[in-house]
Write a protein that binds this ligand. Structure first.
Ligand SMILES: *[C@@H]1O[C@H](CO)[C@@H](O)[C@H](O)[C@H]1NC(C)=O
Length: 406
């Protein structure tokens, strides 16, 4: 496990405090035997497994799409691929479960645990909607028992594709409906003709802060790696209560900003202006982020954040090979779906996110702003996490907010 040593730096290091919670100290002195289990309940273990899958997928995407904005809502991808895993032979299921990190769970009630987790993160106050479904071509003989099995377990019946233009409209209408019309035009073009199985995964997230921002929509500079700064709308607030820490190994300052209904945003802001955030990307694990949530220190900060509203879509299928699924992609052995040879053709994924300045609390009134500032005005990584389960809801790398589009 990666050691975190975080310093909270006030202005010109007027004061600094070594953030070292009890669990951290124990690990430092003890050996492997003293390893503290961070995830102890089925739900937090599932939260960690889906997060670790999400970080792996994010790394694969981030390295394929170097130096660009990239986003994922990994839990929706986990949900869609888990439905697919139910159609595999025992060995195929095991392969897919390994990539999904379920081998760490030893949970006989895996599907129920995931279903409960999905239900809990979709409660209205968290601002997240998710959609996950399988679409299967009728060019192969499909086993109806599989449709029943998935519907019984996840309450969503796989869709049979007819192979015409209507398929695209129906898929898009379904995604739109599941996300309260927030994710539109899920498929931008018809599904390829000679294809078999498609997973649909989509998410919409509206940031609902605990503490509101007083200033919104002020145009400010955002630095680009090797380019002239761009002017983008920013939200700003003095004396903003949040948690903060400096990670000198990663060369970044990490913030945890509280959102409503036990959701947090974590921001990883590098010290220098660079679009190469590999070091930070590589450090992300469920354990590391859980550790952060315990070691970052509370502070009152002048916070400046870009106001974001965007959609992002991509086909993740080519990335699955990077997650150890090369053999599985060749021969997914989906015997419970069809006795004919079939393959996973696309893993289309679309996310929409918006941040608004509103919150349900005001920052403490004070005429003198503190010394600390946290100005997110250069390429950064952020993630949205459900705190009780630890599940990663959303993750993104923002290199140029000017390129973000709805
Ligand atoms: C990005 O940074 C990492 C480590 O900081 C380095 O190994 C890698 O070569 C860099 N990549 C590029 C494209 O500069």
């Amino acid at each position: 496990m990666r050691r975190t040593s975080l310093l909270l730096v006030f202005g010109f290091i007027l004061t600094f405090t070594q953030a070292q919670v009890d669990t951290g100290a124990e690990e430092e002195t003890g050996g492997e035997d003293d390893h503290v289990e961070l995830f102890t309940t089925p739900t937090t273990k599932m939260g960690a497994a889906t997060s670790d899958f999400g970080y792996n997928l994010f790394r694969a995407l981030a390295s394929r799409e170097a130096a660009t904005n990239v986003f994922l809502a990994p839990l929706s991808v986990s949900a869609a691929l888990t439905q697919l895993s139910m159609g595999g032979s025992e060995q195929a299921e095991r392969q897919l479960h390994r990539a999904l990190r379920y081998h760490t769970l030893q949970d006989p009630q895996l599907h129920r645990t995931l279903k409960d987790l999905l239900a809990s993160v979709k409660t209205a106050g968290k601002g997240l909607s998710l959609a996950a479904r399988l679409c299967l071509t009728r060019r192969i003989r499909l086993k109806q028992e599989f449709f029943d099995l998935v519907e019984q377990q996840y309450g969503v019946r796989p869709k049979t594709l007819q192979g015409g233009a209507k398929d695209m409209k129906e898929v898009n209408d379904w995604v739109s409906q599941e996300t309260s019309n927030n994710v539109q035009r899920f498929l931008a073009k018809p599904l390829p003709r000679n294809s078999f199985i498609h997973t649909v995964s989509a998410a919409h997230f509206t940031g609902k802060w605990t503490t509101r921002f007083g200033t919104d929509d002020q145009m400010m500079n955002f630095q680009l790696d090797g380019g002239t700064p761009v002017r983008v709308p920013m939200m700003q607030q003095v004396n903003y209560p949040m948690k903060l820490g400096v990670d000198s190994d990663l060369g970044c300052t990490i913030a945890q900003i509280s959102m409503q209904d036990d959701v947090s945003m974590f921001v990883f802001l590098p010290n220098d202006v660079t679009s190469n955030l590999t070091l930070m990307e590589d450090s992300l694990t469920a354990e590391f982020v859980q550790d952060l949530s315990m070691t970052l220190l509370p502070a009152q900060v002048t916070l400046t954040l870009p106001k974001m509203k965007f959609s992002y879509s991509t086909d993740l299928q080519p990335l699955l090979g990077d997650l150890g699924l090369t053999d599985w992609l060749e021969n997914p052995d989906l015997e419970k779906i069809s006795s004919q040879v079939t393959k996973l053709s696309t893993v289309n994924h679309k996310v929409v996110m918006e941040t608004v300045p509103e919150g349900n609390q005001y920052p403490s009134p004070s005429s003198t702003p503190g010394h600390l500032t946290y100005r997110v005005d250069r390429p950064f990584i952020y993630l949205i996490r459900d705190d009780p389960s630890g599940a990663l809801l959303f993750i993104g790398r923002v290199v140029n907010p000017k390129d973000l589009r709805m």
